[in-house]
Design a protein around this ligand. Structure first.
Ligand SMILES: Cc1cc2nc3c(=O)[nH]c(=O)nc-3n(C[C@H](O)[C@H](O)[C@H](O)COP(=O)(O)OP(=O)(O)OC[C@H]3O[C@@H](n4cnc5c(N)ncnc54)[C@H](O)[C@@H]3O)c2cc1C
Length: 386
């Protein structure tokens, strides 16, 4: 059995407390000014350009990146605190979130110097929305089956084909996309895919909406019709994107956003219960709190390992697997516990509205960013079981 699996016993250091207080004060000001309401999951707009810029101005985007690219050279643990605080209050951070979490780190590693100088400071200022162009019809879990083609032409590449489920493509400035630049080879079926930086304003790119069960417009189909991409927008090695994907996944799969997306129902349930819950509710709450505490310790541990320069891909997959199942089941568990609340004793209107929303959006949680089955395959491999 592999001995590589390891959750380092990381704790948030004292400087995180001061940062947390700062973020909470900022959030309180924004809520008071009407930017968003913490007890309202994202019914309407999931993004807010002006809000993202204010977060950027506070230095809370690109926190771990080098100062020469607009970053702040702070730790992954400090970034953890900021992500957590914005997530538990349902703040509309969508505009910059993907760029901050994973596109920026990909550019830092694989983009040319002029691209880094141009784009990273704008991400840090909260000006840019990035999207992930991986999935295609027929290529979701099996990313390496991607067919959308980039063909070499004078000065760059021409792209033809389509991506699907592309979250935020309708508001995006850039995509980091995975395209086929040559056929797979017999010895390595993962060979032949290349990562590109795509300017979403390029002629030949059409974005078509796909609506969620909640009625929200979250993701899209993105169609490429001879779209031109300049040669310096290749990220990393032509044909070797499979070698680059793993570290991106550690960033994508381990953060607190992977178990806190339905947290609002727990917070509202606690409010509805009041200070003296009955024994059954207290027991149910205690169980949920203990589980949440464990997930949080694991996620903080991964942040600490990223800080230490490790690539905890298997540990991240475990956080995402356990975390997304937990957040998916949370509305159902709260619904069961809340069934015993006396309507005349507790105002449950907000809770009921939230539960109706959460139950409709919850199925996506264990699909986005890698399904449960795929994560378990990665974990099994990490444990030496397959
Ligand atoms: C809300 C949301 C947002 C998303 N945003 C983006 C985005 O921004 N960019 C992007 O590129 N993609 C995005 N996706 C797509 C997502 O990554 C894919 O849906 C996911 O990877 C699964 O791919 P698929 O839908 O093609 O399903 P399939 O791969 O066809 O899988 C169907 C079922 O078969 C199972 N399965 C597949 N292969 C195996 C296997 N080898 N072993 C065991 N079981 C298997 C899966 O677990 C699943 O249950 C998003 C998805 C959702 C739901």
């Amino acid at each position: 059995m592999s001995t590589d699996l390891q959750f380092d016993p990381v704790r948030l250091p004292p400087e995180c407390d001061a940062l947390r207080a700062e973020v909470r004060a900022f959030i309180a000001e924004e809520v008071a000014a009407g930017t968003f309401a913490p007890d309202r999951p994202r019914y309407g707009d999931l993004h807010d350009r002006a809000f993202s810029r204010r977060i950027g101005a506070r230095g809370w985007i690109g926190m771990t990146w080098p100062k020469k690219y607009g970053g702040h050279e702070r730790s992954f643990l400090e970034r953890y605190v900021v992500t957590e605080e914005f997530r538990v209050v349902n703040a509309p951070v969508r505009l910059h979130f993907v760029a901050d979490r994973q596109s920026g780190p990909v550019l830092l590693k694989y983009a040319s110097e002029d691209i880094k100088q141009d784009i990273l400071p704008r991400i840090c200022r909260g000006e840019l929305c990035f999207v992930i162009g991986m999935s295609e019809p027929g290529s979701g879990s099996d990313l390496f089956a991607a067919k959308t083609k980039a063909t070499k032409v004078d000065g760059g590449w021409r792209i033809n084909g389509s991506k699907i489920w592309t979250s935020n493509a309708h508001i995006a400035d850039y995509m980091i996309g995975l395209f086929r630049t040559s056929p797979a080879i017999k010895e390595n079926r993962r060979h032949g895919l290349t990562q590109f930086l795509i300017d979403m304003k390029t002629p030949g790119i059409a974005v078509n909406p796909i609506y969620q069960m909640t009625g929200q417009h979250d993701f899209n189909e993105v169609v490429f019709d001879d779209a031109f991409v300049p040669a310096n927008h290749v990220l990393g090695e032509v044909g070797g994107a499979w070698k680059q994907a793993t570290s991106e996944l550690a960033y994508e799969r381990s953060g607190p956003e992977r178990f806190l997306e339905t947290y609002y129902v727990l917070a509202e349930f606690i409010r509805a219960l009041g200070p003296n819950p009955d024994l059954r509710s207290a027991e149910g709450l205690g169980r949920l709190a203990a589980q949440l505490h464990t997930l949080r310790r694991m996620s903080v541990s991964v942040a600490g390992m990223l800080q230490a320069g490790k690539e905890p891909v298997v540990e991240s997959s475990i956080v995402k697997d356990l975390g997304t199942i937990w957040e998916q089941q949370l509305p159902e568990r709260v619904r069961e516990l809340a069934a015993f609340l006396e309507p005349e004793e507790a105002n449950t209107a907000t809770l009921e509205e939230q539960l109706a929303f959460a139950l409709k959006m919850a199925p996506k949680l264990t699909i986005q960013g890698g399904t449960t089955e795929i994560l378990r395959g990665i974990i099994a491999r990490g444990l030496g079981l397959r």
